[in-house]
Design a protein around this ligand. Structure first.
Ligand SMILES: Cc1cc2nc3c(=O)[nH]c(=O)nc-3n(C[C@H](O)[C@H](O)[C@H](O)COP(=O)(O)O)c2cc1C
Length: 252
């Protein structure tokens, strides 16, 4: 029973408290983050360190899972969705997707700013990345595409991501087709197109997107919501091309 339920009958959810018997939100108690824990020069190196420790812990099932947010201009309307981080390099964070029909591609066509948010609950850690997004080259995308199982390569060719799938027939036959058959047909067509071929070219409308960070925040949950937060912000490039970052603690 939630602590305040008697007074909030009009709300379907109010101050949810998980399985805590006393009806209050759980506390974050698993770690502490100080400036000396952080790489002084590189949020990318720091992210790599945290990612590796999430993997090593064996407790974070898929640390590569993150939320990608984009925003369309001029409306400013934001959209977010889960994606998988597939690569990290000295330039930034790479995800793979459809850039032909998806909403993210429409947003990015008007506004190259994007953000990624990671939440590793088992370690009570969050990482937020903000930066400009740019497509990887066809060749780089092909390299990753080749690692995917055949079904996923066929799927990438077949799906017009986020387009509406229309039921077959004139709509009077309710049977069980809610539009899935249209997708199945596209998959069949792709299977026919690439029948017997082991190497499948990556579609032009599909590939990698690199978010080149301008700001990266590392967050460690603490008791009483008094969390530890540190943000790296990109300074203007130095003349030798080496990237400099400021590093500051933020109030929770
Ligand atoms: C855990 C998880 C991981 C996902 N990973 C990806 C991914 O790496 N790339 C992708 O295009 N969609 C991925 N999706 C699907 C997206 O969330 C989303 O449905 C799709 O990209 C279409 O989004 P858009 O039209 O808003 O761009 C994933 C979904 C989940 C739940």
């Amino acid at each position: 029973m939630a602590l305040h339920s008697a007074n909030v009958d009009n709300k379907l959810i109010f101050a949810p408290a998980g399985k805590e018997a006393h009806g209050q939100a759980e506390q974050f108690t698993k770690g502490v983050l100080t400036r000396s824990d952080l790489d002084p020069n590189s949020p990318i190196r720091q992210f790599h360190k945290w990612f590796a420790s999430a993997q090593r812990s064996g407790r974070v099932t898929h640390p590569e899972t993150c939320c990608l947010s984009t925003a369309s201009l001029p409306s400013g309307r934001v959209s977010s969705r889960m994606v998988y981080l597939k690569e990290l390099d000295t330039q930034g964070f790479v995800i793979y997707s459809n850039f032909g029909t998806s909403k993210k591609s429409q947003d990015l066509a008007t506004n190259s700013w994007a953000s990624l948010t990671f939440w590793w609950e088992e370690l009570e850690r969050q990482v937020r990345v903000e930066g400009r997004a740019s497509r990887l080259s066809h060749e780089e995308s092909q390299t990753y595409f080749d690692t995917r199982v055949r079904g996923s390569r066929i799927g990438a060719w077949s799906s017009r991501q986020s387009q509406v799938l229309k039921p077959s027939g004139d709509g009077t036959d309710r049977e069980d087709d809610d539009g899935r058959k249209m997708l199945d047909k596209w998959v069949e067509e792709t299977e026919t197109r690439f029948a017997g071929e082991d190497i499948i070219p990556v579609p032009d409308f599909w590939g990698g997107l690199r978010i080149i960070p301008e700001s990266v925040e590392f967050w460690q949950g603490r008791q009483s919501r008094l969390h530890d937060r540190f943000v790296y912000d990109k300074k203007t490039s130095t003349k030798d091309g080496v990237q400099d970052w400021t590093l500051e603690r933020l109030s929770p």
